[in-house]
Design a protein around this ligand. Structure first.
Ligand code: PGA
Length: 240
């Protein structure tokens, strides 16, 4: 696990964004695993600027997002589908046919998980996977648990996650369930980039880096990945 620390969110966005841009520049049909939340936004801003400047084209890129809420229409402003179009896809030259999301409203969660795993495999696997981290050490919506998961599944979100994300919901209550990629799907990515900013993430980062590999801190499994870069600000790195 390689750990880089920067002073500002913009510097973090540039450092993480460059890793994605380089991957797309090097490989004709790159496959990107993408994340939502506040932390990834500066990275998406960097990627959009690089596209605008003609440094990179996303025309042949395929994307797979990590997770999606259940019981929320895809078009709702708080869906992760809407988030991605607002923060990235509307600002780059990606073909909307090449963007993939878990369907949080699928009637059969197992069939939806199988569909997503098959689609990732058919695309050739994920070349570079973007991750944030929850205050409780979650990655995607893999909450602290007794075991590490494999492919995508339907998850009951923890109180900590509901508390952290409910500030974004003003017209409907925040969903308590989501479909999320599992730990196995994340770990099969060729490269992983995790970003974290702010004091609220410091404890989760300490446990991830210094603790044992333990499903009670799902992010701790990343220590077993051969190519994982962790990009932090000084607050998030303050307990290391
Ligand atoms: P945040 O979410 O970037 O909004 O803090 C990260 C996460 O919960 O994975």
């Amino acid at each position: 696990m390689k750990i880089l620390t920067f002073k500002t969110a913009e510097e973090i966005g540039e450092a993480a964004g460059k890793l994605f841009v380089e991957t797309v520049q090097k490989k004709d049909k790159a496959v990107l695993g993408l994340a939502t939340g506040a932390t990834p936004v500066p990275t998406y801003t960097y990627m959009a600027k690089a596209c605008d400047a003609g440094e990179v084209s996303f025309k042949n890129v395929t994307t797979f997002n990590l997770d999606e809420y259940c019981d929320l229409p895809k078009e709702h402003k708080n869906s992760y589908y809407s988030f991605m179009f607002e923060n990235l896809f509307s600002k780059i030259d990606i073909d909307p046919a090449n963007v993939n999301f878990l369907n949080g409203n699928a009637a059969d969660a197992q069939a939806e998980s199988d569909r997503y795993a098959a689609a990732i495999e058919a695309a050739g696997g994920i070349d570079i996977q973007f991750l944030g981290i929850g205050r409780n050490g979650h990655i995607a919506f893999n909450e602290p648990s007794d075991r590490f998961t494999n492919n995508a599944f339907k998850v009951h979100l923890t109180e900590s996650t509901i508390e952290a994300n409910s500030i974004y919901f003003d017209d409907v209550p925040m969903p308590h369930y989501a479909m999320t990629m599992g730990i196995g799907s994340i770990m099969r990515s060729k490269k992983i980039v995790l970003v974290a900013t702010g004091k609220a993430k410091a404890e989760a980062i300490r446990t991830m880096v210094k603790g044992e590999i333990d499903p009670q801190c799902p992010a701790s499994i990343l220590k077993a990945h051969p190519d994982c870069t962790v990009i932090l600000d000084e607050d998030a790195a303050s307990l290391l």
